[in-house]
Design a protein around this ligand. Structure first.
Ligand SMILES: [Zn+2]
Length: 238
């Protein structure tokens, strides 16, 4: 449902943006750069309001925003799907900062590829049961920034070749090679990690020392509530 338009001031001028939302009571803003067309805007289909909790669903944009939701496939460290559905949600504040990162990446010739975003607390419990190592998996009682909708796992893709950039290790490689400042990976992989970090940092994200693919909002645990699959309009776990 398109509810109207709003003038938004962006760095390159004002643009009119459509307000797209799931119901009359639920309003959201899709931030659009002047170069983009309406067809390229991530359409917001589900917005959940529960006190402070708001999650916005993202959708792929060809050659700009790609999904490879690893926990919805057997290609993750557990060897089996954790999610029943490969959905991608972010808290509204993370969503705003993610769109800034997407603009920066696209302007440099990169697509962003998301491996994981919002992770229902039920899924975090499954991951912890499989790998109870706090270096890589956040204990459920502490609560992951992913389960608050304010973390994203991602990489860069060359828009010309469609190939993932070499980051030195695959996603979810729980070894020292995945740590930032590791110099045993190739210089090119180190530069690629720095490019991703530069984009995400400029967009307002914090990094995680032991995982090159993970970014989260600052003060995640202090500011954002844990969320469950039942908080979603479209379940990820069933
Ligand atoms: Zn992560």
């Amino acid at each position: 449902m398109v509810l109207g338009e709003k003038e938004v001031k962006r760095g390159r001028g004002n643009v009119s943006i459509p307000l797209v939302c799931a119901s009359r009571e639920r309003r959201a803003f899709a931030f659009l750069s002047p170069k983009e067309t309406f067809a390229e805007v991530p359409i917001i289909t589900h917005i959940i309001f529960e006190s402070q909790m708001t999650l916005i669903q993202l959708h792929p944009i060809p050659n700009k925003l790609l999904f490879d939701i690893a926990y919805a496939t057997p290609q993750n460290f557990t060897g089996k799907p954790v999610y029943a559905q490969p959905h991608c949600y972010l808290h509204k504040e993370a969503h705003e900062k993610f769109l800034i990162a997407l603009d920066l990446a696209n302007a440099q010739g990169y697509a962003l590829k998301i491996f994981d975003a919002f992770r229902p607390q039920e899924a975090q419990e499954k991951l912890w049961d499989f790998c109870p190592d706090p270096t890589y998996i956040c204990p459920p009682e502490k609560g992951s920034p992913h389960s608050r909708g304010v973390a994203v796992d991602l990489t860069l893709v060359d828009q010309k070749t469609g190939q993932d950039l070499d980051m030195g290790t695959p996603f979810d490689d729980f070894t020292l090679l995945s740590h930032h400042k590791n110099t045993e990976i190739t210089p090119e992989a180190q530069r690629n990690r720095c490019t991703l970090m530069g984009i995400m940092t400029l967009a307002g994200w914090d990094f995680f020392t032991s995982e090159w693919w993970h970014y989260q909002l600052f003060h995640a645990r202090e500011k954002y509530n844990l969320l469950y699959d039942k908080d979603l309009e479209t379940s990820m776990m069933s």
